[in-house]
Write a protein that binds this ligand. Structure first.
Ligand SMILES: [Zn+2]
Ligand SMILES: [Zn+2]
Length: 269
């Protein structure tokens, strides 16, 4: 089993802290663990958050608490971890908050570092974060759900086609507050699945929304998984753990759901 997305962000960038994640993975039967942190942890990425910062003082305040370390500290940790014999396969990357405006900046900065993997994610809709306690006031109460979903999925297409990433973070977390659009999402899932297959990016079946926001789906919706399987797009399971205790959360169930859907599809074809 793979846990393709766990964060060190609530601890320091030390071997001791990272090892808590590795040991939790080993204990839960995870054989590949992908460790990452958000670009908003690192001072070097600060310029690309001007849009988020300027959109609301609430967001500026949130960001000022998040940005705290230098990338060189993360790279030192990676070097140290690569010297140690670990009980599971461990890869290191970044979760990059993508915006179209940041593309030239990202091309330049990301090409300098040989990460094992790079995850592109959408956390904001034109500068407004959609998954914060204050997001209702700033976004969901202001814009129609249909418009939010349409923009989210347009941005997600750009994540896939940008050529910057090997993996796409939680491609349907926009459902986290259980607010759904009035239109049918099947064509959207099919288009994204085709693009993911064509651009060879892994789509996350991310369980974070289930245990943090209590969405009914354990990860992606069945409709989204079905589209990915039919298009032969690659899917990676991910817990989005922000603490060692959450490593591997619902990965077994998420893996099983993909297999069940795969079986259903192959028995009908
Ligand atoms: Zn994320
Ligand atoms: Zn994450």
């Amino acid at each position: 089993m793979i846990d393709g997305h766990v964060h060190l962000e609530n601890g320091d960038l030390s071997v001791e802290y990272a090892m808590q994640f590795v040991e939790a993975a080993a204990a839960k039967g995870i054989d590949t663990l992908q460790i990452l942190d958000h670009t908003h942890r690192f001072i070097e990425f600060s310029p690309m958050y001007d849009g988020v910062r300027n959109a609301s003082p609430l967001q500026a305040q949130w960001l000022s608490k998040k940005i705290k370390d230098h990338l060189s500290d993360y790279h030192r940790l990676i070097d140290e971890m690569k010297q140690i014999k670990l009980p599971v396969r461990v890869l290191f990357g970044l979760e990059v908050c993508y915006t179209p405006e940041a593309e030239p900046f990202l091309k330049e900065i990301l090409s300098q570092f040989p990460y094992d993997f790079l995850v592109g994610s959408i956390h904001s809709i034109d500068g407004i974060l959609y998954d914060m306690p204050f997001s209702r006031e700033l976004l969901w109460d202001v814009q129609e759900a249909d418009a939010i979903y349409q923009r989210y999925y347009t941005l997600l297409e750009q994540v896939i086609t940008s050529g910057l990433f090997t993996q796409v973070a939680h491609p349907d977390t926009i459902k986290l507050f259980n607010i759904y659009p009035s239109y049918d999402l099947h064509p959207t899932f099919e288009r994204l699945a085709k693009l993911a297959a064509a651009h060879h990016v892994k789509m996350e079946n991310n369980t974070g929304c289930h245990y943090r926001y209590h969405t009914e789906d354990i990860g992606l919706s069945d409709a989204f998984i079905t589209a990915l399987v039919k298009e032969d797009a690659s899917i990676i399971t991910a817990s989005d753990a922000h603490y060692p205790d959450h490593v591997g959360n619902y990965i077994r169930e998420a893996t099983q759901r993909i297999e069940e859907i795969r079986d259903q599809i192959s028995s009908h074809s």
